[in-house]
Write a protein that binds this ligand. Sequence first.
Ligand SMILES: Cc1cc2nc3c(=O)[nH]c(=O)nc-3n(C[C@H](O)[C@H](O)[C@H](O)COP(=O)(O)OP(=O)(O)OC[C@H]3O[C@@H](n4cnc5c(N)ncnc54)[C@H](O)[C@@H]3O)c2cc1C
Length: 382
Amino acid sequence: MVSQNISGADVLIVGGGPAGLSAAIALRQKGASVLVTDALHPPIDKACGEGLMPDSRVELGRLGITLGPADGREFRGIHFANRNNGRMDCVTAQFANGVGLGVRRVRLHEILVERAEAAGVRLMWGVHVELGSNGEVQVDGQPCSYQHVIGADGQGSAVRKWSGLDAGSTISRRFGFRRHFRIRPWSENVEVHWGRCGQAYLTPVGEDEVCIATIAGDPQARMDQVVDSIPFLRDALNGQDTTSRQRGAVTTTRRLRCVAKGRVALIGDASGSADAITGEGLAMVFRQAHLLARAIELGDLSHYASGHAAILEMPMTMARVMLLMDRYPMFRNRAMRVLASEPALFSRMLGVHIGEESLPRFVRERGLHLGWRILVPSTVSI
Ligand SMILES: Cc1cc2nc3c(=O)[nH]c(=O)nc-3n(C[C@H](O)[C@H](O)[C@H](O)COP(=O)(O)OP(=O)(O)OC[C@H]3O[C@@H](n4cnc5c(N)ncnc54)[C@H](O)[C@@H]3O)c2cc1C
């Protein structure tokens, strides 16, 4: 077990978003003393689609957090819709096990903060962290001792640069926005609408509230442009009251060469990410938190580095497929036509996406069929 350190903490976590807080809770579960610092004050809001898939809820449960309908709005599956020259292709798949939950980002943050406090995590908000070239860390000008530093400071992580863990490959960089509307959700699913200049997805987050998130590759594309390119959504949102201001954020598909070095480890968006369209960002964060806590307990960060790569694998694969659909409308139109005509295929893909079915098995049993039908659109089933 990790020993107590009076002047600082066993583990200093820079960043008190979902990654920093869930790592802190998991580390407290292992008995470590933990200090979390963040430049902002809670509850911290962020542009996010706000959908927790069933697997995210399971991981949260392991942190001692059970979210229910009182915290947001449950959803039962995923719906894809694509318009191509006046033709609409839609497909829906429901989760085989469990339900997802749409939860306002600030609510999720409040819950994580409450749980961290109850677990005995020390939290410092609105503080400035300085990372010295000699490895010294200062919090608001005061030297802070630590055994491990965790960078949970998001996409632009300063800890990542400071620790020399920046090397890696960036596959995509896109631009997201989110806004809430006072509308009674018309669907029990998260809906992903594919438009000419990006995707918009719609997550029910309350009885009378939905979260709309848009993602586009063009840095100039604004939320309104993406929504306007999707007639169904444009009409549904037209004239509706908004319940939040618009927020933007960058989303990347990025893999780092290594996520841990010496006494430093990275978690969450700081440690690499899969495009937000996958909706798996938070599930990955919670999985990484458990893994990191276990690695620190074992005194072996290489355990974290190898497990982290495995956690990122499936969301990265899905992100690649979705990015292909974004970049190549012909591929998207064909893929959507096939999926709309074979919803069972889409159900299995969703199962693979959230870890209920193995990718090799899916590829073995249906990969050739799917690839063939996309390449040769007029074919019947093989
Ligand atoms: C448009 C969009 C839609 C998304 N939709 C979904 C979705 O539907 N479902 C899902 O699961 N995921 C979604 N994601 C991904 C998800 O939001 C992220 O994976 C998640 O926020 C990562 O959490 P994090 O704690 O790593 O980073 P962040 O949430 O960015 O938190 C980082 C924290 O670090 C702090 N910080 C930064 N620098 C410093 C510093 N120098 N000192 C102190 N503190 C610092 C910040 O203030 C912040 O609080 C979406 C992302 C985007 C952009």
